[in-house]
Design a protein around this ligand. Sequence first.
Ligand code: GTP
Ligand code: ZN
Length: 217
Amino acid sequence: MCDLSISGDDVAEADLVTRRGTFRSVAFRDPLDGHEHLALVYGETTMRENVLVRVHSECVTGDIFDAMRCECGDQLNAALDAIVQAGSGVLVYLRGHEGRGIGLVAKVRTHVLQDHDGLDTVDSATALDLPVDTRDFGPAARVLKYLRVRSIRLMSNNSDKIHALESHGITVAARVPLLVPANDHNLRYLVAKRDRLGHHLPHLDTFTHGRLDSAGA
Ligand SMILES: Nc1nc2c(ncn2[C@@H]2O[C@H](COP(=O)(O)OP(=O)(O)OP(=O)(O)O)[C@@H](O)[C@H]2O)c(=O)[nH]1
Ligand SMILES: [Zn+2]
C-alpha cells in the first residue's frame, strides 16, 4: 500500500452547477503520477460508509464525443444519474488513463487493428507491443481518503478495479453493476471485455444471440 497522501496545496474545490444538480468539484494533482484529476462530490459523503462511487477512466472519444465503439460515455452518464438519484456519492475522473493507460494515440492505433485486421481490444494492444492495462488506481484511493470517505459501493463491472482500490487501503463494501445497453458498434468490444478481461457483463448474453457476425469492431 502507498502511504503518499494528497496535499492541500495540490487541491482546489468549488461548487459546480451542472444540468443534473450542484456538485462540489475537487480538482487535485496526484503526488505520484503528477496528473490533474477531478472528483465530483454530490451530497454529504464525509465520514460516511457505503458511499456510492464511480472511478472512471478517461476516454476522450467516448466521454466527450459520444463514440459508440465503447460504452464509456454511457457509463459516465449513468453513474452521475445514479449518484444524484441516491442523493449522495462521488465520481472520480482519472486522467492519464486513456486507452487503459497507453494514451490516446496508441488507443487509436489499436482501433486501426480492430477495424482492419479484426483483432480484439486485447490482441490489438499486444500486437503493437503495448500493455493491455497499465492503469494505476492509487490517485482514486488517495482522493477518497482525502475526502474522508469511510467505505464505498463501487459502480463497476471490473473486479480488478475493486482489488486495486483495496490494495490502496479503500474498503469496498460492494460492487454495483454499471450495465448500459450494447449496440452494434461496441458489441465485439464488450464481448472481448467479458471473455478476455473478465468483466461482469451478463446483459450481453441476451444481446449477443445471433448478432455477432454482423456486429462492428
Ligand atoms: N487500449 C484500448 N483502450 C480502450 C479501448 N476502448 C476503450 N479503452 C479504454 O478503456 C478504459 C476504460 O476501461 P474499461 O475496460 O472500459 O472499463 P473499466 O474501467 O475497466 O471497468 P468499468 O468500471 O466496468 O467501466 C478507458 O481508458 C478507455 O479509453 C480499446 O479498444 N483499446
Ligand atoms: Zn471509451
